[in-house]
Design a protein around this ligand. Structure first.
Ligand SMILES: *Cc1c(COP(=O)(O)O)cnc(C)c1O
Length: 434
């Protein structure tokens, strides 16, 4: 096992990591997975409380997803999607269309490539509509939409962005309705209205040069699970329609039931012009992302001129194995009535976490669907790392963001496992070294 750790340091460049820190804090070596559990080479088990970076829905080594991929392996593993098509990609596109109310799924591999696709499609739409000057983008303060150069331009996390500022396109960030930032005495709803007013003020002046407003619906994940009132999305939808700017819903993290509905936008009864999907789409099995849009946008690309088409591609677009994993995920949602079951779990697990919510170090305890988060009032520099290590000792895989601790477990996590999670978090909170 120590051999694996020295080999990983010698050969692998780990994501989102200052590699030198691995000297003192080696990564967890994982040999197997089972339901919500990660298992190391010595058989020690860790609860995957953050669903392996928010992608896992139905546990590791899920028999139904395994079976679907295995079946597909015996047919065709991959064929390019330009000039060819196949049953898995067609079925998945049909089903995603029914679920989102948006048509024609365009596929990428990662969340960031979905963001790139949506931004390019939006700007290209306006160009095809004879309004090429509408090519600017707006996003929320503290928003996260991925880290490739285009996606990073609409991301607003200084640690990820500042270093690459010279490479990025200028975009505008409008105030976030993050309910934690409400003014004294202001409700979450009033905070959302105030921020929507700020969006309106910006659009009133700049709509003529703006293609789209991209937003994480209801929860800004990388900002630290910042949650906000759904009225903001309703107002954003109305304003985008009024000022003729596309609304791009980045449901990469919140889609597929995470917030309690299949898509977070449903809780505001909002239909965006574009939806970006990834992460949970394959249950955490294979990289896949999709962008869907309205028939009106699609129609603006349809014509005789090649350059009017959306000439964007990735080698693995619509990979059959990934599509089969996604179809198996949708089957599980249907067969197990997952959304309804999760509402019950959400309420029960919030009760299980009540002692955490009431702890004296905890501020802004919040939850939505299968996401729980809180801020630690007296966190000092290095808190996230210390909490992470302390949680590992409790058999929990948790990675706080700054002073925010969050859990986002796979949906198959049981009540007993949640009780263990709550006890483990409390043990970390009372640990004087954390
Ligand atoms: C994770 C995430 C992305 C980027 O997805 P990757 O697969 O990591 O590129 C984009 N938007 C949101 C909201 C995300 O949470």
């Amino acid at each position: 096992m120590s051999d694996l750790l020295s080999r990983t340091r010698a050969a692998v460049w780990h994501p989102c990591t200052q590699m030198k820190q691995l000297e003192a804090a080696p990564p967890l070596a994982i040999a197997r997975g089972e339901g919500p559990w990660l298992i190391d080479p010595d058989g020690r088990r860790y609860l995957d409380a953050i669903s392996s970076w928010w992608v896992n829905l139905f546990g590791h080594c899920n028999p139904r997803i395994n079976a679907a991929i295995t079946d597909q392996l015996g047919k065709i593993e991959h064929v390019m999607l330009a000039g060819a098509t196949h049953e898995p990609v067609v079925s998945l596109s049909e089903r995603l269309g029914r679920l989102t109310g948006l048509g024609h799924a365009f596929y990428g591999s990662d969340g960031a490539s979905a963001t790139e696709i949506a931004l390019k499609m939006s700007a290209h739409y306006w160009r095809n509509a004879g309004q090429a000057e509408k090519n600017g983008f707006i996003s929320l303060k503290n928003g996260y939409h991925g880290e490739t150069v285009g996606a990073l331009s609409v991301t607003d996390i200084a640690l990820f962005k500042d270093t690459y500022a010279p490479l990025l396109r200028h975009t505008v960030q409008v105030p976030t309705p993050d309910a934690r930032l409400a003014e004294p005495g202001e409700s979450a709803e009033a905070c959302a209205h105030r921020c929507a007013d700020a969006l309106e003020a910006h659009l009133a002046e700049h709509a003529a040069t703006t293609a789209a407003f991209i937003v994480e619906p209801l929860v800004q994940g990388a900002a630290g699970m910042a949650m906000y009132h759904p009225i903001y999305l309703q107002r954003a939808r109305e304003l985008c329609t009024q000022y003729q700017v596309h609304l791009i819903a980045d449901e990469i993290a919140v889609g597929f039931g995470r917030t309690g509905t299949m898509f977070a936008c449903e809780q505001a009864a909002v239909r965006p012009d574009f939806i970006c999907l990834s992460k949970g789409i394959t249950g955490g099995y294979l990289p896949l992302s999709a962008v869907q849009t309205t028939d009106a946008v699609y129609a603006a690309f349809y014509g005789d001129a090649t350059a009017r088409g959306f000439l964007h591609s990735h080698s693995y677009t619509g990979n059959p194995l990934a599509c089969r994993a996604a179809l198996a995920v949708l089957d599980i949602f249907e067969q197990d009535d997952v959304i309804a079951a999760n509402w019950l779990k959400s309420a029960e697990y919030t009760g299980i976490l009540a002692e955490v919510a009431a702890h004296s170090r905890v501020r802004h305890f919040r939850h939505l669907g299968m996401i729980w988060a809180f801020d630690v009032a007296d966190a000092t520099p290095g808190f996230a790392n210390r909490f992470h290590r302390a949680a590992l000792a409790q058999g929990l895989f948790i990675r706080p963001i700054g002073n925010t601790v969050y859990v986002m477990p796979p949906y198959v996590t049981g009540a007993d496992e949640m009780r263990g999670l709550a006890d483990g978090i409390l043990a970390c909170l009372v640990n004087p070294a954390v």
